[in-house]
Write a protein that binds this ligand. Structure first.
Ligand code: FMN
Length: 256
């Protein structure tokens, strides 16, 4: 039931994608009050390995600074953001099952969703098997999602990146998920690889597909939808203009 409401709410909408160090409570609030389809807080490091990697990365990138008291922070953030009646995703880095289950329970009780990060490409994460490296371990992903679902009923939501594994393997990974949130980046280009969106959707139409990368206006969002994405997400354009997510989301609902 929760899942059905969730899918209905985000279908054909534009939401805020994770932006570590920027997508905090205040930023998500600004985006939500302008009509975004959903918002994403984070990403956050939630286990020993991801925290170790985060400490190393924070020496060169301030946006990877760790958040203290994550649970208190999320509790406060969810309370504030719930007022806008939009789904709230929490983007997390980590593979410790106990921690993932504990956080999933906490989020389910508050009506928020855990998005597992298989996207970060910093070597500090990947060498510990985190971030995009997870895409190379479908059995581990399957185990994580199975356990999380059995113990907490949290839907399997994965944030992934294109061009890490062959597209046919990415199609298989999509089958492990209720929601695949794909940064369909085309290396070296400022536009998304719409081919991979179409390939995944035509191979597996059951998984809800969120298309992401270089969506800066309604035309790009419509292209992404026509390629096969059920919804779209936005990161960098929202940093320049937090209203853009809501504008595109309302444009999609009105026009496509
Ligand atoms: C500064 C910055 C931090 C990001 N942090 C995260 C993160 O923590 N987790 C994640 O899944 N994606 C993260 N992303 C990726 C974005 O969510 C998005 O996938 C990517 O920027 C492509 O979308 P865009 O073209 O709309 O920016 C980050 C992007 C930026 C620019």
């Amino acid at each position: 039931m929760l899942n059905e409401i969730f899918f209905e709410k985000i279908y054909n909408k534009a939401g805020l994608s994770a932006i570590s160090g920027y997508a905090d409570i205040d930023f998500c609030k600004k985006v939500a009050e302008k009509g975004a389809g959903w918002v994403t807080l984070g990403g956050f490091n939630i286990d020993k390995k991801s925290r170790e990697a985060g400490i190393l990365i924070s020496k060169r990138r301030k946006e990877f600074i760790l958040s203290q008291n994550l649970y208190n922070y999320l509790d406060e953030g969810i309370k504030i953001l719930k007022k806008f009646d939009v789904p709230i995703f929490i983007n997390v880095r980590g593979i410790d099952l106990d921690k993932l289950i504990k956080l999933s329970k906490f989020l389910m009780e508050r009506g928020a969703y855990l998005e597992l990060n298989a996207h970060c490409r910093q070597v500090e994460y990947t060498k510990l098997g985190l971030g995009q490296e997870l895409l190379k371990k479908p059995q581990l992903l399957e185990k994580i999602f199975d356990r999380m679902k059995k113990k907490t009923k949290m839907p399997a939501i994965l944030k992934a990146r294109s061009y890490v594994i062959p597209s046919k393997d990415l199609c298989n990974v999509s089958k492990l998920c209720d929601v695949l949130h794909l940064d369909a980046m085309l290396p070296g280009k400022d536009r998304a690889d719409l081919r991979i969106i179409s390939e995944i959707k035509s191979d597996n139409s059951d998984t809800f597909l969120i298309g992401n990368n270089s969506i800066t206006n309604l035309d790009r969002a419509i292209e992404m939808r026509k390629a096969g994405a059920d919804a779209v997400s936005i990161a960098r354009a929202a940093l320049k203009n937090p209203s853009v997510v809501g504008e595109i989301s309302m444009g999609l609902s009105d026009g496509i």
